[in-house]
Design a protein around this ligand. Structure first.
Ligand code: NAP
Length: 248
């Protein structure tokens, strides 16, 4: 099998991002991933991947920073294989609560991380692939909140993910003729630290009751969909949003 290249994953230190890093390495990719605050977890994951015989590196970055994409892609270019994939996974919700209670700082932060982060990393990747004259593939991690609106929990987060999905469709159609595929995965509630960060660690238990399959997702189940969309097995799939949500 030809080597699938290097993949860049934002927010790879924990949760869905870390599961994606592990599956990517198992599929033969080299991996460069970012972390924000959890440097120890990120460096431990790098060692775990290297022990599998794959190249791996991590870099601290806030995807909302203007220079983050430049820094991260420059770092990824230090790996020996060409960059062939980008997973825009880093995301934040802000505190759970009704929209009227959300402060301006939270609204701005959620939009900057989820939307501006995804757009600036995607722009960098597309420019790079167009300049190199080679195709690459992008997967954006959205949420079923984009469709549900997440009333009473985080409407602003839902709006940010709806923006990610609109961006996914438009960019996919714009660069399809150049062989660049752009897709999104919309996970349902998944067992990660994001719920504790939002102020309700037991949210997964509460949500499980209303999921047709009767349980929430494991991070690996979301990562499987991400890796399929990145792979050549999804060679005719672009501009799609793949819901992975247990029937919701
Ligand atoms: P998580 O467990 O909270 O992990 C978030 C990851 O993103 C961590 O690696 C974190 O880095 C990183 N990160 C956070 N803010 C960042 C920033 N400003 N710049 C760069 N990296 C940043 O989250 P998760 O549940 O795996 O969520 C991953 C994605 O899935 C998000 O886009 C989320 O919206 C989406 N999603 C999650 C669920 C769910 O139920 N979990 C459902 C639908 C969609 P550190 O570890 O260094 O802090």
């Amino acid at each position: 099998m030809t080597h699938p290249g290097t993949i860049v994953v934002t927010g790879g230190s924990r949760g869905i991002g870390a599961a994606t890093v592990r599956l990517a390495a198992a599929a033969g990719y080299d991996v460069c991933f970012t972390y924000h605050e959890q440097g120890d977890a990120a460096h431990a994951l790098v060692q775990e991947i290297r022990a599998l015989g794959r190249e791996a590196t991590c870099i601290q970055a806030d995807v909302a920073d203007d220079d983050a994409a430049d820094r991260v892609f420059a770092h990824a270019a230090s790996l020996p294989r060409a960059i062939t994939g980008l997973v825009n996974n880093a995301g934040v919700t802000g505190p759970i609560g009704p929209f009227h209670a959300a402060d301006t700082k939270t609204l701005r932060r959620v939009l900057e991380v989820n939307v501006m982060g995804t757009m600036s990393f995607s722009r960098h990747a597309v420019r790079m692939w167009l300049e190199q004259g080679r195709p690459g593939h992008i997967v954006n991690v959205s949420s079923i909140a984009a469709a549900s609106g997440a009333p009473g929990e985080y409407v602003h987060y839902a709006a940010s993910k709806a923006a990610v999905e609109g961006f996914t469709v438009g960019l996919a159609r714009e660069v399809a003729a150049q062989g660049i595929r752009v897709n999104a995965v919309a996970p349902g509630t998944t067992l990660t630290d994001i719920h504790a960060a939002a102020g309700e660690p037991d949210r997964p238990k509460r949500i499980a009751a209303r999921v047709p399959m009767g349980r929430i997702a494991r991070a690996e189940e979301i990562a499987e969909a991400v890796m399929w969309l990145l792979s050549e097995r999804a060679g005719y799939v672009t501009g799609s949003v793949l819901k992975v949500a247990g029937g919701l």
